[in-house]
Design a protein around this ligand. Sequence first.
Ligand code: LLP
Length: 421
Amino acid sequence: QHCFSKSEDGYLYCEGVKVAEVMEQVEKRPFYLYSKAQISRNFEAYRAAMEGLRSVIGYAIKANNNLKVLEHLRGLGCGAVLVSGNELRLALRAGFDPTKCIFNGNGKLLEDLVLAALEGVFVNIDSEFDLDNIVQASRIAGKQVNVLLRINPDVDPQVHAYVATGNKNSKFGIRNEKLQWFLDAVKAHPQELNLVGVHCHLGSTITKVDIFRDAAVLMVGFIDEIRSQGFKINYLNIGGGLGIDYYHTGAILPSPRDLIDTVRELVLSRDLHLIIEPGRSLIANTCCLVNRVTGVKTNGTKNFIVIDGSMAELIRPSLYGAYQHIEQVSPPPPDAEVATFDVVGPVCESADFLGKDRVLPTPERGAGLVVHDAGAYCMSMASTYNLKMRPPEYWVQEDGSLAQIRLEETFEDHMKFFEGL
Ligand code: LLP
């Protein structure tokens, strides 16, 4: 069951609520619209898949950092993966259990590591200088830190280069040839560091579970080697990265269960806890960016649908050439001509497009148009370029009622940065 569906009469619904009617209630445009129940269903798919394993589902907060979304996920039993001090602060505000939190990143700052040490979250060691900082943070906080070593299994995730991370030329993780150096360094700091496991993250938008299996085999090899030196490590963290059906072709992609099942035996064979760090596959398909058509125009050989949403609110198409499905929220007039359009925003850049070469019925001015799968890496990557202020967010709740879950950013918010200067 998916939250967004088209009825036979051509209206788009979010959990039984007509998106066209939501547009009448919400004056601001564009806006993000979520299904709260879909978030629960996505989490449940992971929870059920993890049954029989000792596990932590660490939601990657970078994908979507709406506080209400975080509180909801935390309430379902989710943990959190953080990549900055502010993400850590936000996770704590949202009430996440620090022992279900993992602080990750290639450039973690000392002051943020001190907070992580004080709060007792897991910390990934990413490099020699990072280890050094974690040791210092532990001394400042007066607390031993539970650490995982971030290893690059060097498995090709077969994704866009910008979102591939687990290869040997990546800026993340340690050099495998230096493993012994790191083990010795950990041994040399028994007061400060408690090595509990290993971590890897291969990349994002992965659609083949074999890739996770290949990585897990290599990671378990590292675990065996590390254990043979007397370390009692119990955690295997295989990162995030499961892709979703952005193309809406109905293609069957691997589910959380497929992913977990492919590593289950390995995890059990070594009596490990499994940590997984999903972002996209938990939150992307729970949300649409809802836009209004400003007008339609033709230049040269190109037809354009100009909408009020843009690369400022949703940058993935511009940045990665990513495809996100676009459709109208209401049936077009019967005589609407079907044509091929670029769907573009009002931002002053030719990179400002939400979709290229989309075959759509010519929309009327003011018609509603949604960009699907906008729950992950859309609002969290939004900017205020051209002073387009960040849009408000709403969700449809389980009882069908609409609630605002983030206020819109205003021009006055912008002017606050200059007050008193
Ligand atoms: N764990 C680590 C260490 C990560 O670096 C990431 C994502 C995740 C987990 C979550 O991965 P996911 O399950 O969401 O694929 N902005 C890009 C995606 C960047 C992903 C960065 N790392 C996009 O819009 O496609």
